[in-house]
Design a protein around this ligand. Sequence first.
Ligand code: PEP
Ligand code: MN
Length: 280
Amino acid sequence: MQKGMEKLMKNAPLAVRKEGMTDTIIEVKGVKIGGGHITMMAGPCSVESREQIMATAAEVKAAGAQILRGGAFKPRTSPYSFQGLGEEGLKLLKEAGEKYNMPVITEVMEIDTFDLVESYADILQIGARNMSNFSLLKRAGKSKKPILLKRGMSSTIEEFLMSAEYILANGNPQVILCERGIRTFETMMRNTLDLASIPLIKELSHLPIIIDPSHGTGIRELVAPMSKAAVVIGGDGLMVEVHHKPEEALCDGPQSLTPEIFTALMAELNGLSNFSFSRG
Ligand code: PEP
Ligand code: MN
């Protein structure tokens, strides 16, 4: 038995994979996540304008991404940084998703705006900074929509699974885990992308796990190699930041892929093994 498994069984019984249990598959508007379906979620860090989200959505769709990402309420480290367009951003994201026939994912930062974000998004993201916001997790447990829960930057895998348990135990079985890197002594990368957590979590839990190599490294050139590695080791999908003009991005430009690089990555991923980014 895995070290610490007994404790985990007690503290996260719903998140833990019991013997013989198959992978949980979450379906959003015809897109399946988990259970051998590889899912690509792509789009800008933040929704900045109609032109930006429409142009980026068109590019990621054409490259084969199934889900469109874009932040409207942004958890920025500095209060002086761009905080997102708020409801206007949600409207633009939904419009782009409808136009390009892609479900949309966006972050919900607090209980106060939960109903609002829930009314526009197909998947709600709980960010790394909120992984231990237990009241927000409880609210997410009451939602009928899938929740993508990001690993906290200083959280252990056990804590991560217990946070997922908060959502499951409050009534929402649709939880997608997301490894986005943790903070270590390393300073040349934004975070240290803990890829070993993927096969471990696949073993410990039946929930789908996707990888965010954009926040995981903070470096554009590292996104493609880490994406390929993540899929090869059993990740259920990726979330990648793409901007139609990264040099003009209001947030996370240095880690955002150009549409050209993203298109090349999708082709490489599709050629990696015998899977394809297909709907359903
Ligand atoms: C994001 O995906 O927009 C984001 C802020 O990520 P994280 O919570 O992982 O920092
Ligand atoms: Mn970002």
